[in-house]
Design a protein around this ligand. Structure first.
Ligand code: PMP
Length: 405
């Protein structure tokens, strides 16, 4: 038994019976389950510590502000940023990327500038750039993939040019599991003078982030993918760049002085955090990041890799299963279809067996286009899964195939 087997007990969702049976939760790439320390932290704040931040003159308000800023420091350490000022709290990776596209993009992009994306991007790292492209006249370019779902380096070399103003790419594909070589891509972008934006939504639950070692300009992620609460996300930005960026939204907390004639703005990060934030979520993000630290990346990766390899090997033995993405070195997820059977039907049979997976395009429709499918079945693994989960999953897939063929 791997030491990670003990992790299961930390997640109350898994202790219940659903339809009289154990839940096989294989949808962590959509959202990770929450461990007790996170649940308890949210509850503690709401029960006994409720107060707004950055404005009160009383005990609870001071305390809430302190916890809020401690969480910012925890995120700073988690991504290895230079300073807490480089950490902006948003409501999720999606909002982080929209903030960036609007705040940085509207000022810095001009007609015929190029925004370079990749074929494997989530819609959250496509649509905000399209919107700012429409506003500024900038153009979207796309790096294509190799047949096994890796970034095509030759295509990258062709598409990166002095016209490229921003290269925005995912550290990890939510559909294929591909892990991109972030440091290498950042340095290629820097060589042509482009800024770099890394979508870390799928990366943060299983990998160490080091924004300084990578030299990346911006990094975005969501709390709920890393055992944290909903409604909190992060945008890391290099201080020099954040200082030069205008606000994204106007309102309370983001101002220095307001008159009807004009408003001057607060310093970063507060300039980008208008209004009352999701305080309990920000505060409970800290125990989520600490939870990862309790196991360490090496143990997490070893455990999850064992599960994903077992799942892949088992799927290969089921005739008609088509697997997508690289066969090794991926995030802990498998994406597949069964030839001739609709992915939604497979999902339904799996659900009847209490195996929770995601089916569909996974918010990566441009990727579906080149894969030649409308959707896939995606099973994703985390610290709380075990080999029995994989066996039940494989049995359910075999059953789905038998019933639907
Ligand atoms: N990027 C990737 C790669 C994702 O997987 C997701 C979530 N599916 C997002 C961005 C968006 O995250 P959120 O919905 O939490 O804002």
């Amino acid at each position: 038994m791997s030491s990670m087997e003990k992790a299961r007990a930390d997640f109350p969702v898994l202790t219940q019976k659903i339809r009289g049976k154990n839940l096989v939760y294989l949808d962590s790439a959509a959202t990770a389950l929450k461990p007790w320390p996170v649940i308890e932290r949210i509850s503690l704040f709401n029960s006994y510590e409720t107060a707004n931040v950055h404005r009160g003159a009383h005990y609870l308000a001071d305390q809430a502000t302190r916890y809020f800023e401690e969480s910012r420091a925890a995120v700073r350490d988690f991504v290895h940023a230079r300073a807490s000022e480089e950490i902006i709290f948003t409501k999720g990776a999606t909002e982080s990327l929209n903030l960036l596209a609007q705040s940085w993009g509207r000022v810095n992009l001009h007609a015929n500038d190029e925004i370079l994306l990749t074929r494997m991007e989530h819609h959250a790292n496509i649509v905000p750039w399209q919107m700012v492209a429409q506003q500024t006249g900038a153009k979207i370019k796309v790096v294509e993939l190799t047949p096994d779902g890796q970034l095509d380096r030759q295509d990258l070399a062709r598409k990166l040019s002095p016209l490229t103003k921003v290269f925005a790419f995912t550290a990890c594909s939510n559909t294929l599991g591909t892990i991109n070589p972030v440091a290498e891509l950042v340095s290629a972008a820097k060589a042509v003078g482009a800024i770099t934006v890394v979508d870390g939504a799928q990366f943060v639950a299983n990998h160490a982030v080091d924004v300084q070692a990578w030299g990346v300009d911006f990094f975005a992620f969501s709390g709920h993918k890393v055992f944290g609460p909903y409604g909190v996300g992060v945008l890391y930005g290099r201080q020099e760049l954040l200082r030069s960026m205008p606000p994204y939204q106007g309102g309370g907390s983001m101002i220095a002085k307001v008159t009807f004639a004009e408003t001057t703005y607060n310093e970063s990060p507060f300039r980008f955090e208008a209004g009352t934030p999701n305080i309990e979520a920000v505060i409970a993000l800290k125990p989520a990041l600490e939870y990862v630290g309790k196991w360490g990346w090496a143990a997490i990766q070893e455990h999850e890799n064992e599960l994903v390899q077992k799942a892949r090997a088992g799927l290969r033995e089921i005739a008609g299963v088509r697997l997508f993405g690289p066969s090794q070195g991926t995030a802990p997820l498998v994406s597949f279809v069964i030839e001739g059977i609709h992915h939604s039907d497979v999902g339904q049979i799996l659900d009847q067996e209490n195996v929770a997976v995601r089916v569909g395009h996974h918010c990566t429709q441009p990727l579906m286009e080149v894969l030649g499918v409308t959707g896939t079945v995606r099973a994703s693994f985390s610290v709380y899964n075990n080999t029995q989960d994989v066996e039940l999953f494989l049995k359910a897939v075999a059953k789905a195939k038998e019933m639907l063929s």
